[in-house]
Design a protein around this ligand. Structure first.
Ligand SMILES: Cc1ncc(COP(=O)(O)O)c(C=O)c1O
Length: 402
């Protein structure tokens, strides 16, 4: 069998399981009825953000011309990293081209046995962590001790089991879960980490810009335990610029020494061209704007609660959502596709999320609200959902699972 035949056969298998993915056209117009985008604050089209990106590209060029360790360390990177550190209330920050790179190679570097006297660290990870966090563990060749989603009691049990262990302990989790739309109990987690001498690695991809003080993320909360963890260098916060910040790229906010370690050992930083100066200028402007967008954040949260209330009235299951991300759980992949198609027929875009992105039998349509959505748009969405023929069949995931 040749490669093309093998690929075609594999695609047929995925299609039969309703798991085949395809690229769909995404016109720039009609964004008001787009509930699939992660542009939560609509900054991707903000004139000042675009202008700042353009100005930086004019000053520094369209491309960085190389890895920052070779030819590409333009002053705009250093300035942006200082700005990110201030934004995150951290001592230092390192910029990456994508969140996937930051997680898969940044976390992998932290899990490297060579960093821990040749001993494999114990990695405690939330079951529903993003794929890039799992890939970091695979890349580092470490096992994961998975705790039930957001279940601090289960994490406590696992940590207690290893209380006497000399191995380093690293807790890896998201602060806003991208597919569940729920919040990490960050304060409890910090206390637990401190008690067990564990390092915390937080992924703030979906929190940056939207949650925490002035949209700085939950990692920027100032509790006693968080301050103590920061002082130990045990508070490592990753986040992306590809979602609420409206651009692309990511950061790791950490201590200065850890930044130096990462720029030596994180392969996604070392072996990759630095982001475009356009991206740097645009991120810088978006970070300037974000703290003052509190009224927008309030509207976003109010709209999300209203949407959940209306969906519950219609009998839909929104799972654990308590953020601007509202999944509609339908059970099987075929149902998620059917609902996405139904919405598309009404001019509404939303994402069908299927295994392996989410656990089996918990397929869903993910609705992500942004500040461009007004009552009218949410109402149109609810009306379209009301008229979905499949609504009565799967109104709760528990029913779907029998
Ligand atoms: C939780 C989480 N972490 C990391 C990433 C990767 O970020 P990026 O899209 O910037 O590569 C994503 C994006 O899907 C995400 O949802």
């Amino acid at each position: 069998m040749n490669l093309n035949d093998a690929a075609a056969a594999r695609l047929d298998e995925l299609q039969a399981q309703h798991l085949k993915r395809a690229l769909m056209p995404c016109p720039v117009s009609g964004r008001a009825f787009d509930f699939s985008s992660n542009d939560y604050l609509c900054l991707s089209t903000h004139p000042e953000v675009i202008e700042a990106g353009t100005a930086m590209a004019r000053r520094c060029g369209a491309g960085a011309t190389g890895s920052r360790l070779l030819s590409g360390n333009l002053d705009c990177f250093e300035q942006l990293e200082a700005q990110i550190a201030r934004f995150k209330q951290a001592e230092a920050a390192l910029l990456y081209a994508t969140g996937y790179q930051a997680n898969s190679s940044g976390l992998a570097a932290l899990l490297d046995k060579a960093l821990w006297n040749g001993q494999e660290p114990l990695v405690f990870s939330d079951r529903l962590n993003h794929a890039s966090l799992h890939h970091a563990c695979q890349l580092a060749g470490v096992k994961q001790l998975r705790f039930r989603h957001n279940d601090v009691e289960h994490l406590t049990e696992l940590l207690n089991k290893h209380r006497g262990s000399e191995q380093a302990k690293i807790i890896v989790t998201e602060t806003v879960f991208g597919m569940e739309g729920d919040l990490l109990p960050v304060e409890e987690l910090a206390e637990l980490a401190l008690e067990h001498g564990a390092v915390v690695y937080l992924d703030e991809a979906h929190a940056t810009g939207v949650w925490g003080p002035e949209g700085r993320g939950l990692g920027a909360l100032q509790t006693k335990a968080i301050t103590a963890l920061k002082a130990l260098g045990h508070w490592v916060v990753m986040g992306t610029f590809s979602k609420a910040v409206g651009v692309s790229g990511a950061y790791l906010a950490c201590s200065p020494v850890l930044k130096q370690y990462l720029l030596n050992r994180s392969t996604g930083f070392v072996y990759s061209t630095a982001p475009s100066p356009f991206v740097v200028g645009a991120i810088g402007k978006a970070l300037e704007l974000i703290p003052a967008l509190e009224p927008d954040r309030q509207i976003l949260h109010t709209n999300a609660q209203a949407l959940r209330d209306m969906l519950h009235e219609l009998g839909f299951n929104t799972g654990l959502s308590n953020t601007h991300i509202v999944p509609v759980l339908v059970g099987e992949s075929s149902q998620a596709i059917a609902l996405r198609t139904h919405l598309a027929e009404q001019g509404i875009r939303a994402s069908a999320i299927r295994p392996p992105t989410v656990p089996p039998h918990t397929a869903r349509v993910r609705l992500a609200l942004n500040t461009g959505h007004h009552g009218l748009h949410v109402q149109a969405l609810v009306e379209a959902l009301r008229h979905w023929p499949g609504r009565k069949v799967f109104h709760s995931v528990d029913d779907a699972l029998g």
